[in-house]
Ligand binder design. Structure first.
Ligand code: F6R
Length: 352
């Protein structure tokens, strides 16, 4: 059942500290500063291609960025595009990111990769799923069953699984910090859930024409995911943009009736650049909702702040996403939408 919640989606959002703890358990050795991903640590890929659809594609974008950060060429592909024109695979490892393990487009992409001789790895939630059976290797995200059509806890677990895989396959000098942040992640997510003011934000901007989401680097996939969640369950126009892309077109859409969610964590170059974009939307009178850990001065330009604890860049993405899940959920709830079964959508898309 829904364990006292109004919707499965709400239950699953609130379950994330537990589902993340489950996915991390026995996979993080903090004393050694290492993660344990079993034999997958020896795959030693020359390059990585990730294939996925929808929310899982956003996780794949994040995973590709992590491998690239570690010096391994990596790219995420929409599975349907990949399947219809497979790129050269060489010695690349091909990773299918699929919660259900049954998405037809993702299975087709993985089959295309295998037929070209690639080694394949399924990152999935479902034991014994088709992807798990057909791939050479499997890594379970261990999120537990997800009933809501809109993926929430499984996305957090996909990001975390890809973090573990990238760290385990390609160790880097930043691992200690990001492994410590992984240890703290379940408690940090709990803090976001306990303290979030996303419901007030949802209430204030209920009548908006559209919702925009801006992110850069590891926060770019989170911006895309925030928009997808918003459109799926509220039926409102929502778009996620790479923050740097704003002035190349999307800025034309920005008005006083289009709130902009800006993802700004840390105080580095990326934060500074995104704050530059925030000033641009502020100058067009758009309401700004900053999702931030307070390390930069983005609050000065924001109408609302959704706070996340300070963390590593990798885990900051997971934490920021929880605020966007809550913003979408509360907006849909106030609009009286069919949150667990949005119109026209199915949990698992088993036809191409
Ligand atoms: C969105 C959502 C979908 C799925 C997509 C892939 O909330 O759930 O976009 O992410 O259909 O599904 P899986 O991960 O099962 O391959």
């Amino acid at each position: 059942g829904k364990a006292g919640y109004d919707h499965f989606m709400q239950k699953e959002i609130n379950e994330q500290p537990r589902s993340l703890r489950q996915g991390l358990s026995e996979r993080v050795d903090e004393l050694a500063g290492e993660v344990d991903i079993g034999d997958l640590a020896y795959l030693n890929p020359r390059g990585v291609q990730l294939v996925a659809c929808g929310t899982s594609y956003h996780a794949a974008l994040y995973g590709a960025a992590l491998f690239r950060e570690a010096g391994v060429p990596a790219q995420a592909f929409l599975a349907h595009e990949y399947a219809s024109a497979p790129p050269p695979v060489g010695d690349d490892l091909v990773i299918g990111v699929t919660q259900s393990g049954e998405t037809a487009d993702t299975l087709s992409a993985l089959r295309a990769a295998r037929s070209k001789g690639a080694t394949t790895l399924a990152v999935t939630n479902v034991v014994g799923s088709t992807a798990a059976r057909e791939c050479d290797h499997v890594f379970y995200i261990k999120a537990g069953p997800e009933i809501g059509v809109a993926a929430t806890k499984t996305f957090a677990s996909q990001l975390t699984a890809l973090n573990l895989l990238a760290t385990g396959m390609v160790p880097t000098k930043d691992d200690r910090e990001s492994i410590a942040a992984l240890r703290d992640l379940p408690a940090d997510v709990q803090e976001v859930l306990d303290d979030s003011s996303a419901e007030a934000v949802a209430e204030e901007y209920l009548d908006s024409d559209a919702y925009f989401f801006l992110g850069r680097g590891l926060q770019y996939p989170v911006a895309l995911e925030g928009a997808l969640k918003m459109k799926e369950i509220t039926y409102k126009h929502a778009e996620g943009f790479a923050a740097g892309e704003l002035k190349h077109g999307p800025l034309a859409l920005v008005t006083a009736n289009t709130p902009v969610f800006a993802l700004v964590t840390g105080d580095g170059e990326q934060a500074r650049k995104t704050i530059g974009n925030v000033k641009e939307v502020e100058a067009r009178d758009a309401p700004v909702v900053a999702v931030t850990d307070g390390q930069s001065d983005v609050e000065r330009y924001a109408d609302h702040v959704l706070t996340v604890p300070e963390s590593s860049p990798r885990t900051a993405a997971v934490l920021s996403n929880v605020q966007l899940q809550l913003a979408a959920y509360h907006t849909a709830a106030k609009l009286g939408r069919s949150i667990d079964k949005p119109r026209n959508l199915a949990k698992s898309v088993t036809v191409e």
